[in-house]
Design a protein around this ligand. Sequence first.
Ligand code: URA
Length: 277
Amino acid sequence: MSLERSQLEQLSDLVAETKALLLAEKARGVLYLPVSSEGNLGDLSAEVSVSQSAPSDAAYKHKKTSYSPRRKSEPKADVASRNITDIVVPSALKGLYEESRDCTNCINCNERKNVVFGEGSLDSDLFIIGEAPSAIEDMRGKPFVGPIGEMLNKMLVNVLGLTRDKVYLVNAVKCRVRGGKAPGADALHACNSYTRRQIDIVKPKVILCLGDSAAKVVLKESRGVEEMRGTWHSYGEVPVLVSYNPAHLLKHPEFKRMVFNDLKILSSKYDEVGGVK
Ligand code: URA
């Protein structure tokens, strides 16, 4: 039996989503999953707390018709597994968050379960920009969760002395890209204004771009991390440092030393500009 490319992509999505679901449940302390008579996991998703009201189904349907509707061969996860998020959005960012939840500016709106808007407090002096949500972030509606998030949390505490709640975390692209691929120019362009407006509202003292995509959005740069790291750039008046994404470190641990050095540079600047710990 030979599978078409689109079927392979669906299969790979399904595997990634199942893996993410299991990891998320494990992180919540769930060791065994009940199997319902329909053989799906609908009951489990109902247990997750929902503190942000999710867009209605009507909004989702409207969204699908306004940007490249899904092909019949691409069934999407059922409604129960979508829009489950317990993120807390500061009131100054609520309008932008709601705008992003209804966004249909690029094809990835058809792929998401949740828009991964970002997380943190308005008092954050450090604003960190990653690339795009993976399956687990898509499911949880939060940036940097799962093993990559754990690595980032450790980097923040061990090198900068900052806990995660002290920084504002976003991704350059707010919706999961099919198959976990790197975001294309269309997605970066579509999300650009969200990220820039987030920065303008949070008003951080320092920005850290983790990966090429983040640097492209903030600095309008086409150079890669290897060329841009190690020196300061700027977004208006705000100093910007570029380094490798923790996802890269999971695959290539030999880069950890470079990231450690980058974060040391960041730490000195953070202290110099009076960043709060
Ligand atoms: N998870 C995220 O939310 N962003 C990344 O850049 C990588 C993993």
